[in-house]
Design a protein around this ligand. Structure first.
Ligand code: COA
Length: 381
């Protein structure tokens, strides 16, 4: 049986171990195994339904691989899952030597070993194998035939994944408590507004141009995971699944962000439901704004950000969430936070959601360093 304990467990270094894509039934078995860790307030059946629902989403439909570390001598579908994880192929941009390339990357998530198999080197073996596998996995259509980087968000600190090349990158956040508010002057954004205001050709073109200009100025390669509508709507598919499951009497949340048109400042968010109200968080997935070109412009931008943050606090309150959280706030955003709540401080995460990137561009002549652009919550998986 898949979840049964074999009579003798193989060593983590055993040549009999292989990392392979799970069969459909092995994928379900691995979801069941990790449910205790990640199902949150859902029951098991709903958690499996959530995973199946998300699998059909545009972001992941043809892009998600569930990996299992197994003993090659066991027959498919009856293999003991020693460790498991998922990888998500995503579109990305790579800027270097005065050019911008469209590339693909993988995000890694759901790294898991069942409690009774822990400490035996299975996750280590899995990550070792995965690190090199992902360099060419589903990269046949890439110009280079390989990825130049992959990412993950570590919930177990900075050391474990660094051994396999996933180096920690800036992982800070600020938060504001949920609060019922008056009209702040920010416009609510619905899904179609987010598409128009945060995912337009103009916005994407600007990102491309900024990366291009930066790559002409400095020799260090720059990458960004494309902040496209599929990313945002995947996060919303999660929140809507939870909302429908946990609050069947309530319409699912439709306000997906806020903006101030005259300042050109927008953000989109999603709601994360935990097991207690304290764990319910409204995450800002991404900010879009023009770099101000004068002190007056700067004040307008900061005021707009503050209005949007207050609207987000109100939205968090509406959904019984404790806080609004946003990753790697820019200096401008920090000034806006100071207007809303001067006591809010920046937190540098050491243990959870540590943004980590494995760079293999050096072998491609792209240099040893890399800058991660748009290191915001939308890229999390
Ligand atoms: C993290 C996890 C996958 C490790 O699996 P495993 O098969 O026991 O891992 P290995 O035996 O290969 O390696 C154990 C290593 O894990 C690391 N580790 C495990 N849990 C850790 C934690 N909570 N914090 C920091 N490091 C941790 C240790 O560094 C240990 O290294 P060591 O041997 O040098 O002491 C497993 O503990 C697990 O499934 N945990 C719950 C889910 C989870 O947190 N997944 C990670 C999400 S990013």
């Amino acid at each position: 049986m898949i979840a049964a304990e074999p009579r003798t467990l193989p060593e983590g270094e055993s040549p009999d171990l292989i990392l392979v894509p799970a069969t459909a039934s092995e994928r379900i078995a691995s979801i069941k195994l990790n449910s205790g860790e990640w199902k949150g307030p859902l029951d098991l059946e709903s958690y499996i339904a959530r995973e199946n629902h998300l699998l059909t989403h545009r972001l992941t439909r043809d892009a998600l691989t569930c990996w299992v570390l197994v003993d090659r001598r066991e027959p498919e579908d009856s293999r003991t899952i020693l460790s498991a994880c998922e990888s998500y192929r995503k579109p990305a941009l790579l800027a270097h030597h005065g050019q911008v390339e469209k590339v693909s990357t993988h995000g890694v998530g759901s790294v898991f070993s069942r409690p009774e198999f822990r400490g035996k080197g299975y996750a280590r073996r899995m990550m070792e194998e995965l690190s090199t596998k992902l360099e060419t996995w589903e990269m046949e259509e890439e110009k280079r035939g390989k990825s130049v980087f992959t990412v993950l968000f570590s919930d177990i600190g900075k050391k474990f994944y660094a051994q396999f090349g996933w180096r920690p990158f800036p992982s800070s956040h600020m938060s504001l408590r949920a609060e019922a508010g008056v009209d702040t002057g920010a416009r609510e954004l619905f899904a179609e507004d987010v598409q128009k205001d945060l995912c337009s050709e103009k916005v994407m073109g600007k990102l491309h141009d900024q990366m291009l200009a930066a790559s002409q100025k400095s020799p260090v390669a720059k990458i960004a995971i494309v902040p496209d509508f599929d990313h945002f709507s995947w996060h919303w598919a999660r929140e809507e699944f939870y909302a429908e499951n946990l609050f069947p009497e309530r319409s699912p949340p439709v306000v997906k962000g806020a903006g101030v048109d005259k300042a050109g400042v927008y953000c989109t968010w999603n709601r994360v439901f935990g097991e207690t109200p304290e764990e319910n968080l409204l995450y800002i997935l991404r900010w879009v704004y023009e770099e101000p070109s004068s002190p007056v412009d700067e004040q307008t931008t900061i005021q707009a950000m503050a209005a949007i943050l207050r609207r987000a606090q109100h939205e968090a309150h509406e959904w019984n969430m404790s806080k609004v959280v946003f990753w790697n706030p820019t200096p401008l955003l920090q000034k806006a936070v100071a207007l809303v709540d001067p006591t809010s401080e920046i937190v540098h995460r050491e243990n959870d959601s540590v943004a980590s990137l494995r760079w293999t561009g050096e072998a491609e002549g792209l240099g040893e360093g890399v800058e991660w652009w748009l290191n915001e919550k939308y890229a999390w998986c």
